[in-house]
Design a protein around this ligand. Structure first.
Ligand code: NAP
Length: 431
């Protein structure tokens, strides 16, 4: 039984890193009691010299992270730098030197997670990254451990707080995407360059990780179909309200008999669905499993302190393993389930169009849907003099079928304008 303190190398002292350092110091006794031995900070790697040490011993600071992780007496490397390099090389050399690693780096795990797992396995160390998906919300551990005996069919929800804040503000204030984004930036919910959030890339990285964990199959970032929210207009938000729904940016990882699909896209969420109640910058994730049924996880998906909570949770887990002389964070060998192309993915759709207000138009429009085997659920017509707006919702149809319907509608003389359409999020598989 080990009695000497466990030594932690911290890489990065930004929003999350500084909170982790603070908690490691201020909760020293509590952590020692939970782990069985004390945990001490052995070094803190930063990019440039800084006057602010957050009350930490200045002697711990180094500008040479590569040397810190490779020095051989480190038990756990906590990587909170972000990005692919040098984070990947640092984690790799840390594991090669015998350290377990904890990271919050979704981009790295989504891109190189499989390779890093292999390195961890080879060196008999842990690789933990609960904070990489949904910040403080415990999601990966329940998927990996609590649901290990079940069969997960779908993981779907709001995994990016920035876009949820923007869409929520557009819904409550009636403002444009630009106004809501500017407000999110002012409040610190969005970065100066918001591309990764608003174009769905951040959510796509999380969906790739979730799909891999939930279904035990290879899913890379490139396999995730990705649509962002920058084209969502106040008119789209108003249409959603007419349908008694709200627009949310959803990440969906789904397994059907046909294979696995992974996607990020704006969708209509019925107002009475629990995901519609996820407000502001919060995250909310629905997990549907065969025996467990529906589970919902809700909480703060970002921010220094909430993310540090998840990092510390991982740190305690890998430290306990270290004390016990075991490891736990290995995925079983990945399967190669078929990746379903987006064209084949089924969903209910909502389309609205501006049409000439004359007899027979409704049947022309309905015929375009019928020609591609798409059944209609509702049709609403709002007459505006010589023109009318038609809003149509469909039964479940593939993207390919809806694309063909849209092409036909555009060729109709009576259809004057057509919005790009939006999927409707529904209960149950394949919806
Ligand atoms: P951050 O505030 O930008 O902090 C990153 C820190 O790493 C900065 O202090 C930076 O130093 C330092 N750094 C960068 N390159 C370095 C290098 N080569 N060597 C040593 N230090 C280096 O980022 P963060 O928000 O804390 O995010 C850290 C990680 O957590 C990222 O992977 C992120 O995706 C993940 N995460 C963050 C959140 C969140 O809410 N913030 C939520 C979930 C996950 P300088 O200050 O000198 O640039």
């Amino acid at each position: 039984m080990r009695l000497t303190p466990l030594r932690v190398a911290l890489l990065g002292l930004g929003s999350v890193g500084s909170e982790v350092a603070r908690l490691l110091v201020s909760r020293r006794d509590e952590l020692a009691a939970r782990i069985g031995v004390p945990v001490e900070l052995a070094g803190i790697a930063v990019r440039r010299p800084r006057p602010e040490t957050h009350g930490l011993d200045p002697a711990l600071f180094t500008l040479d992270p590569a040397r810190l992780v490779a020095r051989g007496d480190i038990d756990v490397v906590v990587e909170l730098i972000g990005g692919i390099e040098p984070a990947k090389s640092l984690l790799t050399s840390g594991m090669e030197a015998g350290a377990s690693v904890v990271t919050a780096n979704k981009a790295l795990i989504a891109t190189d997670g499989a390779e890093l797992h292999e390195i961890a396995h080879k060196h008999g160390v842990d690789l933990a990254y609960e904070a990489a998906v949904a910040g403080a919300v415990p999601l990966l551990r329940p998927l990996r451990e609590s649901l290990a005996g079940d069969r997960v069919h779908r993981v779907a929800g709001i995994v990016n707080g920035t876009t949820n804040y923007i869409l929520d503000r557009m819904t409550t204030s009636g403002g444009t995407f630009r106004t809501a984004l500017a407000e999110a930036q002012r409040l610190g919910y969005a970065e100066a360059d918001p591309t990764a959030d608003v174009e769905g890339h951040d959510a796509a990285a999380k969906v790739a990780i979730l799909a891999r964990l939930a279904f035990g199959t290879r899913v890379s970032l490139d396999d995730v179909h990705c649509e962002g929210i920058s084209a969502v207009t106040p008119a789209d938000i108003a249409h959603a309200a007419d349908e008694n729904a709200v627009i949310k940016l959803l990440g969906v990882a789904e397994r059907t008999d046909a294979g696995v699909s992974a996607r990020v896209l704006p969708a209509l969420v019925p107002a009475d669905h629990p995901l519609a109640a996820v407000r502001g910058a919060y995250n909310g994730i629905f997990v549907e499993a065969e025996a467990a049924g529906e589970l919902m996880f809700h909480g703060q998906g970002a921010g220094g302190a909430p993310t540090a909570s998840a990092v510390l949770g991982d740190l305690v887990a890998v430290c306990r393993n270290r004390v016990a002389g075991t490891t736990e964070h290995h995925q079983p060998p990945a399967a190669d389930l078929r990746l379903i192309p987006m064209d084949e993915v089924g969903a209910r759709h909502c389309l609205s169009m501006l049409v000439t207000n004359r007899p027979g138009v409704l049947s022309e429009v309905a015929a375009a849907f019928g020609a591609h085997g798409v059944s209609l659920v509702t049709i609403r017509q709002d007459v505006l003099g010589a023109e009318a707006t038609l809003t149509v919702t469909t039964e479940t149809a593939t993207d390919a079928a809806i694309g063909a319907v849209v092409k036909d509608l555009r060729s109709l003389e009576s259809v004057r304008g057509l919005n790009r359409g939006i999927r409707i999020f529904g209960a149950g598989r394949g919806r």
